[in-house]
Design a protein around this ligand. Sequence first.
Ligand code: FE2
Ligand code: FE2
Length: 282
Amino acid sequence: MSLSGNAVGTTAPPTSARTPLSVDELVGRLCDLPSQPTTALRVLWLADDPKCSARKLGDAVAADPALTTKALRLANSPYYGFSSRVSSAHFAVTILGTATIRSLAAMAASGLDSSHLVVPDWFWRHSAAAAAGCALLAPRFGVRPGDGFSLGLLHDLGIALFCQGDSEYASVRTEFGAALDEHERYGMDHGEAGAKVMAAWNFPAEFVEAVALHERGGSTFGLSQLLTAGDMLANLALEVAEDAVADAETVAQQLSASHEELDSWCDQVRNEADTVSQAMQQ
Ligand SMILES: [Fe+2]
Ligand SMILES: [Fe+2]
């Protein structure tokens, strides 16, 4: 199933009109963004073009100072473990890979990297832990670590969108979930909202579908199963799982991993989440 156009979130309209900007309106604006020629969008388009060389993508990143800063911070973070300093956008593109550059550009294009955007305190650490968790587990699902990293980093984009459009959501949303029904309020959950925007920006169909499904479960293909496992591992590592013991059992069983192995993954993800989230924040 490919999610494009209006395939996602076409159910009942929001039941509450208390938001200054409706989530539908917000998602619609982001879906229309390609008409605005920002440098971050140019990077998004180029990252989508298989014929685009790393040099051309590097030129496009270098044309956007904010994106360059973010790419350099991430490339220089201990997560990538380079002993020498990465100082050019072109080298950063080579180190981070197209999928991660695409995620950084998506964050910039959606305003997610703006200091004005209010997201819950835990948002970046959770996204960074999911990125580290998905990258770590990626080979078990036949996925490249760079693609896993980018999927984990962006999978909760919809939470940021809901926070941006609805201050009440921002105030009730916690790491454990929101004390309101996203479907009832917005006609879609945050996975579907993020996926809608990513589909409009031509993210690969499997990537979009994995994001759309991640809160619903029922994953049947590699990328989607990886995201479920990586998200769960992130929550275990950050010790925010509602039922950590049951979740640890599920992850260990799904991945045929021993408890010792799971403990060591949690340590790794926790450490990497700190370095990545520091690099991602202004
Ligand atoms: Fe989520
Ligand atoms: Fe998540």
